[in-house]
Design a protein around this ligand. Structure first.
Ligand code: THU
Length: 136
């Protein structure tokens, strides 16, 4: 599985976006440890604070499908020419289920792509090992 394929899945997921308020579609694609691709899109609400980002939508879908470890992430924002990275809340949630060196690619409608890692998106991550130690 390469990041190009994962990014194409994120692009497809963005087309499912429910974003009648911002008109800003976002698609996210997670590669699970066992080789599945699980996608998510942003789901807005007229009570704006209830909006769910594409990245957290993908995480919730993946965990609901029995996948809890992800090895790569792609994000597509077709309504922006430049790449748009995940919001702060999503960075925190993604780091719960991804290794620090996991690759992340994001891009908009132009050919520009940002290739980064979870660690670069969320440096000095706190309590990184807490879940494992609590589950032991
Ligand atoms: N959005 C995402 O889905 N992911 C992000 O990381 C940034 C923002 C969505 C939320 C809202 O529906 C729209 O993009 C505009 O903020």
């Amino acid at each position: 599985m390469d990041l190009d394929t994962l990014f194409k899945e994120a692009e497809k997921a963005a087309l499912q976006s429910y974003s009648p308020y911002s008109h800003f579609r976002v698609g996210a694609a997670l590669l699970t440890e066992d080789g599945r691709i699980i996608t998510g899109t942003n789901v807005e609400n007229r009570s704006f604070g209830l909006t769910i980002c594409a990245e957290r939508s993908a995480v919730v879908s993946a965990v609901s499908s029995g996948a809890k470890r992800f090895v790569a992430l792609a994000i597509s924002t077709p309504d922006s020419e430049i790449p748009v990275g995940p919001c702060g809340a999503c960075r925190q949630v993604l780091s719960e289920f991804m290794g620090t060196d996991s690759p992340v690619r994001f891009g908009g409608s132009s050919a520009e792509r940002i290739n980064t890692t979870i660690k670069d998106l969320l440096p000095f991550d706190s309590l990184y090992d807490l879940a494992d130690s609590m589950n032991e």
